[in-house]
Design a protein around this ligand. Sequence first.
Ligand code: COA
Length: 366
Amino acid sequence: MPAPSAAVVRSVTSTAPVYDLRESDADGVRELFRAYGHRDYQLHLLGITKDAMVGFLWDALAEAPEYSFVLKERGRITGLFSLSYQRWLSKRLGTRTWSVRHLVLSPDVSPSSVQRLLSVGLDSISCLADFVYGRAASSDIPVIVGLQGVGFETVGGEICGVLAPGGAPTEQPQPDGLRFVKARTEKLDEVARIARQSHDINHFAYDPRFPAERVAALYEGVVRFDAADQNGSMMVAEKDGAVVGFHTYRRNRRLECYVAPGLYSLNYIGVDPEARLRGLGEMLTWKVLEELAQSGARGITVRTMLSNYRALATLRKVGARIASANLVFHRWLPPADGPRGARWVDELDSGSCYSASSLRTLWRSR
Ligand SMILES: CC(C)(COP(=O)(O)OP(=O)(O)OC[C@H]1O[C@@H](n2cnc3c(N)ncnc32)[C@H](O)[C@@H]1OP(=O)(O)O)[C@@H](O)C(=O)NCCC(=O)NCCS
C-alpha cells in the first residue's frame, strides 16, 4: 500500500465558502438529511419516518458540532462533512482514529466544491489524527468519488440488513448437551478466546497497516464491552458446559427516543472454529431473535462485510433482508511533527480533552 500522501489534496479550484457548522444552519442541514435517499428502504423496513430520523440526526449533531463543516453554494447549503474522534478505538488500535460521522451532499453539488469541503475538514484534524475511516452508501456516487479524490482508499464493502424478531418458524433439532444462555460477564474469558479467533473478516483486518494482534485485541474488546454495557447483551452457546459460540446485540436507546421503543442491532457472532458448519451460527441467531421478540423488539439491524460469505449464509437462513450496502474507506494522514501514536493516545485518554477546542489546546501545548 502506498505511503500516505503529504498533502491532504493536491489542488482545489473551488472557492465556495466552507465554514464551521452553526446553529443557524439547522434548516439547511435538516433539508440535506431529508433529501438523502440511500437508506430509505432500511427506514421503511424499520418503521422509522424520515422526520424522526432527521430530528435524531440534527439533534445529535447540534449536541456535538465540533469538526462539522458546511458547504454553501448559490446561497444554499449543499454539503455537510462531520468528523469525530474515536477515543475507544484509538486506545485499542494505538492510532489516533477519527471517523467520518456524516458526508451528505446535495445532488447538484459541484465536484470541486466537494473537494474543498473535504480538504478543509481533513486539514482541520491533520495534527490530531493518524487515521480516518468512513462509510458511503454504495449508490452514493458523488460521496464515493469525493472521498477517493482526497485520498481515501476502499477496504471492502458491507451489507446492512434488517431482521424480524421471533423464533425459528419450525422446531430446530438441538444436539444433546447443547444449551443457550443469556450471559453477562460469566464465561467471558472463554467467549473472548473465540472472539479473538473469529474476527478475521473486518475492515481493520483488511488494512495491512494494522497489526493482526491489534485487530484481534480490538474485537475481543468490543465483545467484552457489549457483554458488560447496560445497552448490550450476549447469548452464549455451551456444549457440555464449554462455550462454543456467542452472539452480542445492543439496544439503540438514543434512536428509540425519536421513534418508539424496540430498536436493536445484532453486533458480533462467533462460533468456535472447531464447531462451525453444524448449524450453530443459525441456532444462536434464532435464539437472539426469540429473546428480542420477548423483549418487545420491533426492528433489528445487522451489518456484515460483503466478503463474509459464511455470515451472509447464516443471515439468509434467519430471513435477513438486505436493505442497503456500503463501501468502507480508510485514509491515513502523513506523520506530523510532535508526539504520535500510542503515547499520544494515552495522553488523550487520561484527560477530559475530547472537545474540539481542548484537543487543539492540548496539541498546541506540546
Ligand atoms: C459466521 C459464523 C458465526 C457461522 O457459524 P456456523 O456455526 O458455521 O454457521 P452455520 O453452520 O449455521 O451456517 C454456516 C453457513 O455458511 C455457509 N458457508 C460457510 N462457508 C462459506 C463460504 N465460504 N461461502 C459460502 N457459504 C459458506 C455454510 O454452507 C452454511 O450455510 P448452509 O447451512 O446453508 O449450508 C462462523 O463462521 C464464525 O464464527 N465466523 C467468524 C466470525 C464472523 O465472521 N462473524 C460474523 C461477523 S459479525
